[in-house]
Design a protein around this ligand. Structure first.
Ligand SMILES: NC(=O)c1ccc[n+]([C@@H]2O[C@H](COP(=O)([O-])OP(=O)(O)OC[C@H]3O[C@@H](n4cnc5c(N)ncnc54)[C@H](OP(=O)(O)O)[C@@H]3O)[C@@H](O)[C@H]2O)c1
Length: 262
């Protein structure tokens, strides 16, 4: 895979970290750009091409991942358009709310266009990446899925769900981390030091997620196994619900979604 990563900020860096040691990608086939590349120049020592030259990156890559802020996408597309080759390149935008139709108006026809919504767990190859496209080219779709499979799991969704994917898949990381922080704080209140509480919580959350991923069950099915009648788990859970636990999560998700739609 020959990859141009245009916009090596928070997300771009996570993806770079996720692919950097993958034997399927030669380091000399990775081109990363940033307007001010000083902070990522150290990647050059590994053989990765680092610059602010998007044209150079494009000339040497097939998969073009644009990970700049949404308001910068248009100018990047204008800049790279003259050098795009529909036979060679696949353009993937990770920008929230920039539609495939909007991208199409900026670049030449026939270049396969994808939107992708990864998350920062790409850093450790655990992203959940939602992908959408209007392309019916099965080979290109497979190529894009294979690329994001390097940094975790992928799912193909309709484009009208990409904003929902941003909330659930990308913002979701922050919701889960805040939930975990609260569990750690609770753990400290009942006697653990912060380090021990964090270690316990991290593995409890990992275990709960793995349980659902492996068993493919609804969460409530696993909850039923832990909630002894009149026991401490159900008392605690109900207390959380009386204080709006599920409701506040659902309201938060819906508030994030409304903010994107503005
Ligand atoms: N962060 C997430 O968890 C996440 C998840 C999914 C999707 N996204 C999407 O990913 C995009 C990037 O988000 P982010 O959080 O990574 O933002 P960020 O940290 O601000 O990174 C954006 C990067 O784009 C670079 N850039 C801007 N214009 C450029 C140009 N013309 N050529 C080359 N590089 C350019 C910036 O470089 P300089 O710093 O040198 O100016 C910066 O490093 C957004 O559209 C966001 O919606 C983010």
């Amino acid at each position: 895979m020959k990859i141009a990563l245009i916009g090596c900020g928070n997300l771009g860096l996570s993806i770079l970290n996720g692919i950097i040691d993958n034997p399927l990608v030669a380091k000399q086939d990775i081109y990363v750009t940033k307007r001010n590349p000083q902070s990522i120049l150290h990647f050059q020592e590994l053989g990765i091409h680092v610059s602010s030259d998007n044209k150079l990156a494009l000339e040497n890559a097939e998969i073009i991942l644009i990970a700049v802020k949404p308001y910068d996408v248009k100018s990047v597309l204008k800049e790279i358009n003259p050098f795009l080759n529909p036979e060679k390149h696949i353009v993937i935008s990770a920008a929230t709310s920039v539609t495939i139709d909007e991208i199409k108006t900026e670049i030449q026809a026939n270049v396969p266009i994808f939107r992708a919504m990864p998350n920062t767990a790409a850093d450790i190859k655990q992203s959940m990446t939602c992908i959408s496209t209007t392309s019916d080219n099965a080979k290109k779709i497979e190529q894009v899925k294979s690329f994001f499979n390097l940094v975790g799991n992928t799912i193909l969704i309709k484009e009208d769900l990409m904003e929902s994917a941003t909330v659930l898949g990308a913002c979701g990381i922050a919701y889960v981390l805040r939930f975990m922080r609260s569990m750690v704080q609770g753990g400290i209140q009942i006697g653990f030091d912060s380090k021990t509480a964090t270690e316990i919580v991290n593995h409890v959350v990992k275990g709960a997620a793995e349980l659902l991923i492996e068993r493919k069950e609804h969460p409530e099915h696993e909850i039923d196994k832990v909630t002894t009648p009149k026991g401490c788990t159900i008392i605690g859970l109900n207390e959380m619900e009386h204080n709006g636990f599920s409701s506040s999560l659902i309201k938060g998700i819906s508030a994030s979604y409304k903010q994107i739609e503005k």
